[in-house]
Design a protein around this ligand. Structure first.
Ligand SMILES: O=P(O)(O)OC[C@@]1(O)O[C@H](CO)[C@@H](O)[C@@H]1O
Length: 317
């Protein structure tokens, strides 16, 4: 098995494409513009990887009727995705995304999710330690449900490092801030949808982003990706810092899931022997390629190759 995807707070995603979403009014959506798919960042990464023939195991906490639907939807992707979730008594969440192609906006309404108890946490840790030994790389991505400490990414990474695994994170600031006190991942990618804070502080200038990315590398990450004004990224390795920009116009209503395609693109590139900056370039091209259409399905490898020519990666330090 190649990859272990840790999705602690999976979700059943519902996406509505509404051309002219109106607040405080009845908005009707046709069947073709309303989709229900298995979601949560780690789940999405596994789904994308399966499109590139990379087998993965998804783990996390799952429960209730929504959890059952999520599992049966996930099974439809075939044998490249196996699941090993800890069953909990609370219900798995449902998340809603409204993509408005007229106002070019993406509105996300995410449930907080279930509450996990101490017994669930211990069961998960035992299962994780067995699973982690079977894979080459571990991706830990997305929010944590209540009951899971914010430092949990760090705890899981410490275990993965014991077995010399490559570890990727995509998470929001509170999780990263607490988790890096325990361990650093190889690849650290910030999810800045909810807040643009880095280590509890809003950064204003490009120079501040560059410095923050460099500091994470100095402290232990091999590759750092800080999203800047949604479509740009500052990318740091021990060799320097780069600013990634798209050479094409990006419609914000098409952005859902582009971060997951970024992570999956990097894992795919890494499985082909690419490292650091080249891996990040490939992931960014995958993310930008994903924003060229509104559907959730991942871009083909040939589209990603094409998009490698539609991004600019300028060295800034
Ligand atoms: O609440 P989280 O775990 O941070 O993010 C979950 C989520 O909004 O992100 C994915 C898109 O990247 C969706 O599949 C999913 O529902």
């Amino acid at each position: 098995m190649e990859v272990l995807s840790v999705c602690l707070n999976p979700a059943l995603d519902r996406k509505f494409i509404i051309d002219g979403f109106t607040l405080d009014k009845l908005n009707i959506v046709s069947k073709e513009k309303n989709r229900m798919t298995p979601g949560g960042k780690g789940v999405n990464v596994s789904v994308v990887l399966s499109h590139y023939s990379i087998p993965s195991i998804v783990t996390g906490f799952i429960g209730g009727y929504v959890g059952q639907i999520l599992l049966s939807e996930l099974r439809k992707y075939g044998s490249l995705i196996s699941t090993s979730f800890v069953r909990i008594s609370d219900e798995t969440r449902e998340n809603i995304a409204i993509a408005d192609t007229l106002s070019h906006t993406l509105t996300e309404i995410n449930s907080e999710g279930p509450t996990v108890n101490e017994l669930d946490l211990n069961n998960f840790l035992k299962r994780y330690e067995v699973l982690v030994q079977k894979v080459r790389a571990v991706v830990i991505s997305g929010s944590v449900p209540k009951g899971v400490p914010l430092s949990f990414y760090g705890e899981l990474t410490k275990i993965a490092k014991k077995y010399r695994k490559v570890v990727f994170w995509e998470a929001r600031d509170e999780i990263i801030t607490e988790s890096i006190k325990v361990a650093f991942p190889d690849v650290l990618k910030y999810d800045m949808r909810r807040s643009e804070k880095i280590l509890g502080r809003i950064l204003n200038t490009e120079q501040e982003y560059i410095q923050a990315a460099k500091d994470f590398v100095k402290q232990g990450a091999r590759l750092v990706i800080l999203s800047y004004k949604t479509v740009y990224d500052f990318v740091a390795t021990e060799d320097g810092v780069w600013k990634f920009s798209p050479k094409v116009e990006i419609d914000h209503s098409y952005l859902l899931g582009s971060g997951d395609n970024f992570v999956a693109g990097m894992i795919f590139a890494n499985s082909k022997g690419m490292c650091c900056l080249d891996m990040a370039r490939y992931g960014y091209a995958a993310a930008v390629a994903k924003t060229s259409y509104i559907g959730k399905e991942p871009p083909s490898l040939s589209l990603i190759e094409e998009y490698l020519g539609k991004i600019s990666t300028e060295r800034v330090e």
